[in-house]
Design a protein around this ligand. Structure first.
Ligand SMILES: *Cc1c(COP(=O)(O)O)cnc(C)c1O
Length: 395
């Protein structure tokens, strides 16, 4: 059967997909319908942290399917309560709302910021300060704070609900403050924008600004959270706590689920009627979240990420030294990027590596992105590097 022809006939063309039909996964490898094997260095865009076909994870989900898949949020369910406890304890914040995606986690976080300001003074039309080259999702609200015209064009009303500042530039953020500012949103490591970690002074400065002015500091950890950088949440490495954090991607390790989690100060900001979702946090999704937290502990994932992340960094630095068209390596843990100069389009490198059996994605600024499953071993890094090296040597 010609799958790709049928896909193009029936699926909206909002992606330029690779001509690969993936069929199954095993550990850190994927197989297409022709049984070609790929080493996965993108983990479904930072999702499949545990790798594919983790038996304990799959068994937990199968058991939950047989027990209870969905109830709605009009009732309590045990998996949701258990998952909530783990997320709250992990983030050291106060209360969580489960969503179906990262975008919805951002929407919720923005609603917290707006409602908090509105309760103090209902007369203003509030906005947040967001960063250039950020990415927060595709809904109208999340798009409005996404600082990249490529995503916004044609969809965001001209009367912007966000003003933008340069990432890692505290003075620029300060210059954008006004009496309409209700919060500041940023990724702790910019992902789609090209893998740019925040500077410590920047996050500390944002925290101070928000404390002084009673603004809501929102960290988007949809991509950089859940162990990706070597700590459960990237902000832990900076010693800076957000008021609200948005999570998704690795949170469910394959089951669509996101969350926004707020500190105690916001416990009574959103009240019954203010926010809701039919599917969000259902027993199936939260069973996944709960199992992910358990398995991270059991497998000692954070130490593993620190160790293999350091090794990956070292290997990437060697490549950057070897090829003069490689500009620099950036990143934390197993969230890494290597920027190429403009003469070598990174899209070609992605395609050639795919051909040779390694799956990569790119990020902004001509950057090759490394987001492997967190269970990846050093030997897999070596396997990836030797293929990438062979592709680069032909440039
Ligand atoms: C992927 C991503 C989102 C959007 O998440 P979806 O689940 O695709 O809606 C938001 N913020 C960041 C930083 C992301 O990487």
């Amino acid at each position: 059967m010609d799958y790709i022809k049928e896909a193009n006939q029936y699926i909206m063309k909002t992606y330029n997909r690779q001509s690969v039909v993936l069929d199954r996964g095993e550990g850190v490898y994927l197989y297409d319908v022709n049984n070609k094997k790929y080493l996965d260095f993108s983990s479904g865009i930072g999702v499949f942290a545990l790798g594919y076909h983790n038996e304990a994870y799959n068994d937990a989900l199968k058991a939950q399917i047989d027990k209870l898949l969905h109830t709605s949020n009009l009732y309590y369910s045990v998996p949701a309560i258990e998952a909530a406890k783990k997320v709250v304890e992990g983030t050291k914040l106060s209360k969580v709302f489960f969503t179906n995606s990262g975008t919805e986690a951002i929407e919720g976080a923005l609603k917290v910021a707006k409602k908090y300001a509105y309760k103090k003074d209902a007369s203003k039309d509030y906005e947040v300060i967001a960063m250039y080259h950020s990415f927060h999702g595709r809904s109208q609200g999340a798009l409005a704070v996404t600082g990249n015209e490529k995503y916004q064009e044609g969809f965001v009303p001209k009367a912007a609900r966000a003003v933008f500042a340069n990432y890692n530039d505290l003075e620029d953020v300060k210059s954008k403050l006004s009496d309409k500012t209700c919060g500041i949103i940023c990724e702790v490591v910019q992902g789609e924008g090209g893998i740019y970690p925040a500077k410590k002074e920047f996050l500390e400065g944002l925290r101070k600004l928000c404390d002084e002015r009673d603004l809501v500091l929102i960290f988007d950890e949809v991509q950089c959270g859940m162990g990706r950088t070597g700590t459960m949440f990237a902000y832990e490495q900076y010693g800076v706590k957000p008021d609200v954090v948005a999570l998704a991607k690795g949170l469910g390790c394959g089951v669509p689920v996101g969350a926004f989690v707020a500190s105690e100060k916001f416990d009574s900001v959103l009240v019954p009627g203010d926010h809701g979702t039919t599917y969000g946090g259902n027993p199936f999704a939260t069973c996944a979240v709960s199992k992910v937290f358990d398995l991270f502990k059991e497998l000692n994932i954070l130490d593993h990420v620190k160790e293999v992340g350091a090794y990956l960094e070292e290997k990437l630095e060697e490549l950057v030294k070897k090829y003069d068209f490689l500009v620099e390596r950036r990143g934390l843990g197993l969230m890494q990027g290597v920027e190429f100069d403009q003469k070598v389009p990174v899209g070609d490198v992605v395609n050639q590596c795919l051909e040779k059996g390694v799956i990569f994605i790119s990020a902004g600024n001509n950057t090759l992105r490394f987001l492997p499953p967190l269970v990846i071993e050093k030997a897999h890094v070596d396997e990836m590097v030797s293929i990438l090296d062979s592709v680069l040597s032909e440039k």
